[in-house]
Write a protein that binds this ligand. Structure first.
Ligand SMILES: [Cu+2]
Length: 172
């Protein structure tokens, strides 16, 4: 056993530079991940992309019918004043339409958001900003909707879905 001590300790000495290299590699990897996390989301040019924007409490730019499968939405807020919207992707069940979302939002306010099946969302998009979201939808009827409740000029008011900030479209 005594003989194994000296080779092991000399091996430890040999390894020290390697350990340092591994630490640097780990740090570099961590920094790369951090840099990626801090980079604003950009649309992948290889994926079908729709440019949608919010203006005057309406969604603009989304086609009324799209093919099923994966796609991106680059969502911009183009209000003329500092304001916050979101874009929630929901299913519209058979026999219902966007007017049911308006009515539900009017009746139940923020609680109405969980009444609809969610397929993802692009949250908290302030005036001037663009965020990208990736979605994958099977054929069906869907809507973009906003449950933010900010009021122009400040404070909170009715959720925007109750003001008809809902856009229905068909997939497939
Ligand atoms: Cu909104």
């Amino acid at each position: 056993m005594g003989t194994s001590l000296s080779p092991s300790s000399s091996r430890r000495h040999e390894r020290q530079p390697n350990v340092r290299l591994i630490r640097w590699a780990g740090l570099a990897a961590a920094l790369a991940i951090l840099a990626a996390a801090c980079t604003p989301a950009r649309a992948d040019p290889a994926v079908r992309t729709y440019s949608v924007f919010a203006q005057r409490f309406r969604f603009h730019g989304m086609p009324s019918r799209i093919p099923s499968g994966q796609f991106q939405v680059a969502y911009s807020n183009r209000e003329a004043f500092p304001f916050r919207h979101e874009m929630v992707m929901i299913s519209i069940p058979g026999g219902e339409n966007e007017a049911n979302v308006w009515d539900d939002a009017l009746a139940k306010g923020p609680d109405s958001e969980s009444d609809w099946l969610h397929w993802g969302e692009i949250p908290e998009v302030d005036t001037g900003a663009t965020k990208v979201g990736v979605f994958e939808l099977p054929p069906g009827t869907y809507a973009l909707a906003c449950w933010e409740a900010g009021r122009p000029g400040g404070g909170t008011g009715p959720v925007h879905a109750s003001l008809h900030m809902v856009y229905q479209f068909t997939v497939g």
